[in-house]
Design a protein around this ligand. Structure first.
Ligand code: SDX
Length: 434
């Protein structure tokens, strides 16, 4: 990766009687940054920014979000255009390589992905160690980490070709592993990939087909699945992507880093919100309960938040949520579920929240997770599989960001500092003197 920041002057800081001029850089879009790399050396001060609300961790050329305008670009292309005109595998190529593929490049890439869908047979035995009712995110975290045992050579992150093959293996095998998590929960036989099917068709077939009968893939659902994958592919330095970067910065096995990303995504504040949002809609249950629920979500002492609402970066409507809402209508139409009860509750929740002073003042809008649960529920996925599907989609983003970090000439092992407020230095007291 070639660093492309441009000089944009300096920022002068006066602290503890010292004055330091810190370089300011500008990028293609978004706020300028103040480079504080030398701050400690020149002022004996750290910065403090819990949650990294004002702190950039890296230079990146993959994805850009404008939270105020509700803009999401992947390598410069707006998500709305990609969702309408592209497909998930083409987006994978774009995120990994920086440009949209030619027909030949796309065919080569698709065939490579298609030819790595099978798992080592020993990996199937891995699942047998889990209880049947294990949460699929627990199984996914274990299975992805376990992949490092099958590809020890991938540890050689220096070799770009090794990294490229690892990318292909992960993109290709995640749907197979995810579908196995679902089948294991259901107590059904694993279904192997069929390489004649498209990426999304293959995934639906591995999840829903059973040996007892033929499974006919609904093209509208396959397109909806593909669009779901596209909308979740990458999203700047979110919690799970930052986790992957931090783990990989030590030189750890890339599959172990991706497993750490899966673990981070699981949380209900992050990727786990789609499962939590659907459970919440089900808990509300009917339109008449919505006002009371919104009241509780505004009352901090209730400990309740409106899941699928709010975002660290978007202070406007999440552009992915708009596409997800449109896809939701398409799926419900295709399944003749127009009056899906949870959709009515979701739409009423959205209507009330968007008019309510609390949500307006705090700039809380529906995010990518608000409508996705309804789509997945309508497609027949068990609720606890929702975040697994998010992880399948986000794998390419994690890999692209991990590779970009390894190719960044300024890359170092991540090691944040702190402000210490614990006990002052003191001598050990023998137990007889305590
Ligand atoms: C994803 O980072 C990414 O890009 C993530 C993601 C991706 O693609 O990788 O976009 C995917 O994780 C989407 C977010 C999914 N999470 C949820 O839907 C869970 C519900 N939302 C939140 O908990 C919250 O909005 C976060 C975690 C998403 C963002 O939290 P922030 O930026 O740390 O903001 P905050 O918690 O400080 O909230 C700001 C204020 C607080 O009130 P005050 O302290 O100012 O009085 O807004 C309130 C919060 O109490 N608030 C909510 C709320 N979200 C924030 N109140 C009610 N319901 C909510 N959903």
């Amino acid at each position: 990766m070639e660093n492309k920041v441009k000089n944009a002057g300096t920022a002068r800081l006066e602290v503890a009687g010292r004055t330091v001029d810190l370089p300011v850089y500008s990028g293609t879009h978004g706020p300028n940054v103040i480079d504080i790399r030398k701050l400690y050396a020149e002022t004996d001060h750290f910065t403090l920014d819990p949650g990294f609300t004002s702190t950039g961790s890296c230079e990146s050329q993959i994805t850009f979000i404008d939270g105020d305008e509700g803009i999401l670009l992947h390598r410069g292309y707006p998500i709305e255009q990609l969702a309408e005109k592209s497909n998930y595998l083409e987006l994978c190529y774009l995120l990994l390589n920086g440009e949209l593929p030619s027909k030949t490049q796309f065919d080569t890439f698709s065939n490579e992905v298609r030819n790595h869908t099978l798992l080592h047979t020993q990996q199937d035995k891995f699942f047998e160690g889990f209880r049947r009712d294990s949460h699929p995110m627990a199984m996914l975290t274990g299975a992805v980490g376990g992949m490092a045992a099958f590809y020890p050579g991938a540890m050689g992150n220096e070799d770009p070709e090794e990294r490229r093959i690892s990318s292909i293996r992960l993109i290709s095998k995640m749907p197979t592993i995810a579908a196995r998590c679902m089948k294991y929960n259901l107590g059904q036989r694993f279904v192997d990939p069929q390489n004649k099917l498209s990426y999304s068709e293959n995934f639906l077939n591995m999840c829903f087909s059973v040996t007892a009968e033929d499974y006919e893939i609904n093209p509208i659902l396959a397109r909806a699945m593909d669009r779901f994958f596209m909308l979740h592919a990458d999203h700047e330095q979110n919690a799970s992507t930052s986790t992957v970067r931090l783990v990989a910065s030590s030189g750890a096995h890339p599959f172990a880093a991706i497993a750490a990303g899966v673990a981070s995504l699981w949380g209900p504040s992050h990727g786990g919100a789609n499962e939590a949002a659907l459970r919440q809609l089900r808990e509300i249950g009917s339109l008449d309960k919505v006002p009371e629920f919104v009241k509780m979500a505004k009352d901090k002492s209730s400990g309740i938040r409106l899941m699928g609402f709010g975002h660290r970066v978007y202070k406007n409507y999440d552009p992915r949520a708009k596409v997800m809402q449109k896809t939701c209508y398409e799926v419900l139409d295709a399944l003749d579920l127009h009056d899906h009860p949870l959709l009515k509750v979701a739409m009423e929740l959205e209507r009330i929240a968007l008019q309510d002073e609390y949500f307006i003042e705090k700039k809380l809008y529906p995010n990518v997770d608000f409508y996705s649960g309804i789509i997945l529920e309508a497609m027949g996925f068990p609720t606890k599989m929702f975040t697994v599907l998010f992880a399948v989609a986000r794998t390419v983003g994690w890999i692209a960001q991990l590779s970009e970090m390894l190719e960044d000439p300024t890359q170092k092992i991540g090691r944040p500092r702190q402000i210490y407020t614990g006990a002052a230095m003191r001598d050990y007291a023998p137990i007889t003197h305590r």
